[in-house]
Design a protein around this ligand. Structure first.
Ligand code: DP6
Length: 349
């Protein structure tokens, strides 16, 4: 049974520009609307699975990472429940062993290559990595029930945590219902974006995104939400699929400005749902607003800037084009002067 052998997989995080917010009742993490994300290959979770002699299936933080993950009790339960799901679906033969005398325990460890206390969600990368590690392990043990495609694994991962299904592809990923796929962009420009997150608050959030999915359904603004998100998703996908022209409607700058507008309206739409739920809740802090206003003024002054979005948290995510590296350095320096931390693929300030 390859006791003691460890199977390791990694998966990246992703940032949604069109948000998965709201689930269809009665289905496992099935989004009410299409979402589109950009994969963040520099923010990685690594999951290791070791077959042990003990009877238990246990989770532990991977201590080889400098800032070990802290999972709440409910977070651990959700993660272990997904391990069970992977066993049942990927390898029913292995799953049966778990109930016989031949039962072999498994130690699951996970670690992020980014600080776990920086307020960045790691559920997308964690669940994707766990699904991939389970698949790798069952393949090596020759107990996989059949061949699984990446799309099927993404769907399985979605049942653990919805946004994780988008972490199986890159750079731009579309998810709607049972469809998870990479968006084919003719221009290489869209695959080379630079990511920076402005870390406004490092504390754990009071309302988890799983709870937010339930609560937004109570907002009066939820009416029309699905249509608004679907329309933005289709606009964004169309823009990403355009061939960039030197000038005119499909020049890089015009497309960029339109993507900025879509992303800006979309995150405010989601945060407006939070603020108008019953009972209302919020993630925006005064520091989030300082960040947003600064970047908004910069956009107004120069007619250019980063794409801006926020998840269900106070941090502000920025995506810059590869030719905006200097602009990013300048804006990071300004944010630092306001006592705001930033995390980017090249450097942390
Ligand atoms: C605001 O995937 O964390 O980040 O399916 O309950 O695990 P569960 O929710 P989760 O929701 C992510 C919500 C979001 C928007 C997004 O990533 O699309």
């Amino acid at each position: 049974m390859m006791r003691g052998k460890t199977f390791v997989a990694t998966a990246p995080s992703n940032i949604a520009l069109i948000k998965y917010m709201g689930k269809n009742p009665g289905e496992v993490n099935q989004a009410t609307n299409a979402s589109i994300s950009y994969t963040l290959p520099h923010l990685i979770t690594q999951v290791s699975l070791t077959v042990t002699d003990s009877k238990d299936v246990q989770w532990q933080p991977d201590l080889s990472f400098s800032t070990p993950i802290q999972l709440s009790e409910s977070g651990q339960k959700k993660f272990l429940r997904h391990w069970e799901r992977c066993c049942q679906r990927l390898a029913p033969r292995f799953d049966n062993l778990q109930f016989s005398n031949l039962h072999k325990g498994v130690l699951i460890t996970s670690g992020n290559n980014f600080p776990s206390d920086c307020g960045l969600a790691s559920s997308a990368s964690s669940f994707a990595a766990l699904t991939l590690a389970a698949h790798k392990m069952f393949q090596a043990l020759e107990v996989l029930d059949r061949e699984w495609t990446l799309t099927e694994l993404a769907q399985l991962s979605r049942e653990g945590s919805g946004s994780s299904c988008r972490s199986f592809f890159e750079p731009w990923v579309f998810w709607s219902g049972n469809e998870v796929r990479r968006i084919e962009c003719p221009s290489s420009e869209w695959g080379q974006l630079l990511h920076t997150v402005v870390i406004v608050d490092e504390k754990k959030k009071k309302v988890s995104s799983s709870e937010a999915h339930q609560r937004v359904l109570t907002s009066a603004l939820f009416e029309g939400r699905v249509a608004r998100a679907e329309l933005r998703a289709s606009h964004l996908e169309n823009l990403l699929k355009k061939s960039i022209t030197i000038d005119g409607d499909f020049s890089l700058q015009r497309i960029w400005n339109r993507i900025f507008e879509i992303a800006w309206s979309e995150f405010w739409d989601m945060h407006a749902l939070f603020e108008t739920s019953s009972p209302p809740f919020y993630y925006l802090t005064p520091k989030s607003l300082v960040t947003l206003r600064y970047l908004q003024e910069e956009w107004e002054k120069s007619g250019d800037g980063p794409l801006i979005t926020m998840d269900a948290g106070p941090n502000v995510h920025l995506l810059y084009r590869s030719d905006q590296r200097e602009l990013r350095n300048k804006q990071r320096a300004h944010l630092r002067s306001l006592d705001l931390l930033t995390l980017s693929e090249d450097r942390n300030d």
